[in-house]
Ligand binder design. Structure first.
Ligand SMILES: NC(=O)C1=CN([C@@H]2O[C@H](COP(=O)(O)OP(=O)(O)OC[C@H]3O[C@@H](n4cnc5c(N)ncnc54)[C@H](O)[C@@H]3O)[C@@H](O)[C@H]2O)[C@@H](O)CC1
Ligand SMILES: [K+]
Length: 479
C-alpha cells in the first residue's frame, strides 16, 4: 500500500524528528537527495546550467542547498530569488560559497531572471512547498513560463498545487519530476495536482509517520493480489457468489450487455440479469441467468449492481434497494436514488458516479468536482453514509470516514462510452464474491485500468475490449 500524509501530519513528524536530531539534519538529507536526482537527470553535471527558483521558505532552502552541491560539482548554478529579503540565509550562504550566482527575481528591469530560466538545462522549483497557499503569484508564473526547454524538477511538490487536496487555484509549475520528502502528499496522487507532478520520487528523510494517520492510500499489485477472490477447492458457483445485474432498458440495451460483461469477469460464480434487456443479454452471454421480471423474484443473489441504462425505471431500483445484500448504484440509478433511502439501508451501498453525476448529486457544477475531487468524494460518502467511487482521472474511493483510496492504474483510454458500465458489473461481481464495498470498488478500478491498458496497447478501445481484457489484468496481478 502506498500511503500519503496531509501537511499537518508531516509537520508534526518533522517537529519530532527535529527534536531528535542535530539542527539542519532534515534539510541536509532533503537537499542531498534532491541534488542526486538533479545530477541523475543532467547526466553530466560539470558545465550544466541549472537555475533555482527560490521562494521565501524552507522549500527555497532545499533548492539552495541542493544547488550548492551541484555547483561544487561544476554546474553553473543561478538562484533567482522571488523574495530577495527573505530567502533562506544558510542556503544562500552555501550557494555563494560554492560559487553559485544569485539574481533578484522581482526586479524586472534587466531581464536577468528571465535569461537565467530560459538558458537553463534544469530548473529547480523551490518557490513554495507544503507552506504554499493558492496558485503561483504573477511574477513566479511569468518566470516559470520562460522555462520552455528545461527539465523541471519540483522540490517536495509543484508550486501552486495544494499538498492536501491536489487542487490548483490559478497557475502551477508543471514538473517533469517531483522529489518529495518524508511522505507522499495527497496532492501528488490526486488530479489535477498529480498531472502537474510528473514522476514522483519519494525520499526518506527519517520522518516517523504512523500509518493510521494516513489521509490517502493507493493499492499496489501485492494488495490487489491479496484481495482478489480466489475460489476454494470446495467452492461451487453459489458459494463463489451470484451477482445480480439490473441495467439497460428498451432504449439502452447495450448498457445491460456491458454491465454483464464486466460482471462475468469479477470473480462471482454466476451472473443473474433481471430487466427488459434479457434477450439481448442471453444472446450475447449464454452463461448468464436472465429474467424479465422484478429483481426480487429473480432468485438469490449476494450483491446487486443497478443503474446503467436503467432509464426511469424507479420500481426496479427500489426493489433492489430493499434487498438486504450489498448494492452498487451507478448512472441512472444515482439520479433516482433518494439520499434518505440509501442512508437507511443496513447492507453496504457503493455509489459509482463520474464527475458529472457527482456534481448533480451535490448541486454544484462539474468543474467544481473535477477541481476538488477529494472534497467531493468525501462529502458524498458522508451525505449518503455509503462508499463512494468517484470515476475519472485518479478514481477515488471513500467511506464516510477513514483514508480515501486513489486508483493508480487509470488511463485516458477509459474515457470511452460504456466503460463505466463494465466497471459497475466488475465491482458488483467483487461485492458478490464477498469483498467489502471499499475493496470491491478499488480492486475493480485497479483491474479496469490495467485491462484498458492491455486492450488499448496504444490504440483506441471500446468498452467491450476492456471487459474482455479483464482476465489478462487478473493474470498480471496474480503473477
Ligand atoms: N516538513 C519537513 O519535514 C521538511 C520540510 N522541508 C522543506 O520545507 C518546506 C516547507 O517549508 P516552509 O514551511 O518554510 O514553507 P514553504 O517553503 O513551502 O513556503 C512558505 C512561504 O511561502 C510563502 N507563500 C505561501 N504561498 C505562496 C504563494 N502562493 N506564492 C508565493 N509565496 C507563498 C509564505 O508566505 C511563506 O513565507 C517543505 O515543502 C520542504 O520543501 C525540508 O527542508 C525537509 C524537512
Ligand atoms: K516546490
Amino acid at each position: 500500500m502506498r500511503s500519503a500524509f496531509g501537511v499537518a501530519e508531516v509537520r508534526a513528524a518533522e517537529r519530532a524528528a527535529m527534536a531528535r536530531g542535530p539542527e539542519g539534519a532534515l534539510m541536509r538529507r532533503a537537499a542531498a537527495a534532491l541534488a542526486a536526482e538533479c545530477a541523475r537527470l543532467l547526466g553530466r553535471v560539470y558545465g550544466s546550467r541549472v537555475t533555482l527558483l527560490v521562494g521565501s521558505g524552507d522549500n527555497g532552502g532545499d533548492a539552495l542547498y541542493a544547488g550548492a552541491r551541484l555547483a561544487r560539482r561544476g554546474a553553473g548554478v543561478t538562484a533567482v530569488l522571488l523574495a530577495p529579503d527573505r530567502a533562506h540565509p544558510g542556503g544562500l550562504a552555501a550557494l555563494r560559497a560554492a560559487g553559485g550566482r544569485v539574481v533578484d527575481g522581482v526586479d524586472e528591469r534587466d531581464g536577468r531572471a528571465e535569461d537565467a530560466v530560459a538558458g537553463a538545462r534544469l530548473v529547480v522549483d523551490g518557490i513554495v512547498g507544503i507552506g504554499g497557499r493558492g496558485g503561483l503569484r504573477e511574477r513566479a508564473a511569468h518566470l516559470v513560463a520562460a522555462a520552455r526547454t528545461a527539465t523541471v524538477v519540483a522540490v517536495d511538490l509543484p508550486s501552486g498545487v495544494d499538498a492536501d487536496t491536489g487542487e490548483v487555484r490559478g497557475e502551477a509549475v508543471r514538473a517533469d519530476v517531483t522529489v518529495t520528502f518524508g511522505a507522499y502528499k495527497p496532492g501528488l496522487l490526486v488530479d489535477p495536482g498529480r498531472a502537474y507532478a510528473g514522476a514522483v520520487r519519494l525520499v526518506d528523510i527519517g520522518l516517523d509517520l504512523p500509518p493510521e494517520r494516513r489521509a490517502l492510500e493507493a493499492l499496489q499489485y501485492a494488495d490487489v493480489a491479496r484481495l482478489l477472490p480466489v475460489p476454494a477447492g470446495e467452492s461451487d458457483k453459489y458459494r463463489r457468489g451470484v451477482v445480480g445485474v439490473v441495467a439497460g432498458s428498451a432504449r439502452y440495451p447495450g448498457a445491460a450487455v456491458l454491465c454483464v460483461a464486466g460482471a462475468l469477469h469479477g470473480g462471482a460464480g454466476a451472473v443473474r440479469y433481471a430487466g427488459p434487456a434479457a434477450d439481448a443479454v442471453i444472446a450475447r452471454f449464454p452463461e448468464a441467468l436472465v429474467s424479465a421480471g422484478p429483481p426480487s423474484k429473480a432468485g438469490r443473489v449476494q450483491a446487486w449492481a443497478v443503474g446503467p441504462g436503467l432509464g426511469d425505471d424507479e420500481d426496479r431500483l427500489l426493489d433492489v434497494l430493499d434487498a438486504d445484500v450489498p448494492v452498487l448504484i451507478d448512472a441512472d440509478g444515482l439520479r433516482l436514488a433518494d439520499e434518505r433511502r440509501v442512508r437507511a439501508r443496513r447492507a453496504p451501498t457503493l455509489l459509482t458516479p463520474h464527475a458529472g453525476e457527482a456534481a448533480a448529486l451535490l448541486g454544484v457544477d462539474r468543474a467544481r468536482v473535477e477541481s476538488a475531487r477529494l472534497a467531493a468524494v468525501r462529502e458524498l460518502a458522508a451525505r449518503y453514509d455509503a462508499t463512494v467511487l468517484l470515476k475519472g482521472s485518479t478514481t477515488l474511493v471513500a467511506d464516510a470516514e477513514g483514508p480515501v483510496r486513489v486508483n493508480p492504474t487509470g488511463t485516458a483510454w477509459l474515457a470511452t462510452a460504456g466503460s463505466g458500465d463494465v466497471l459497475s458489473g466488475l465491482a458488483g461481481s467483487l461485492l458478490a464474491a464477498g469483498l467489502a464495498a471499499r475493496d470491491a470498488g478499488s480492486v475493480a478500478a485497479y483491474l479496469h485500468g490495467l485491462a484498458a491498458r492491455h486492450a488499448a496497447d496504444g490504440a483506441p478501445v471500446a468498452a467491450q475490449d476492456v471487459a474482455e481484457a479483464v482476465p489478462a489484468a487478473w493474470r498480471d496481478v496474480r503473477g
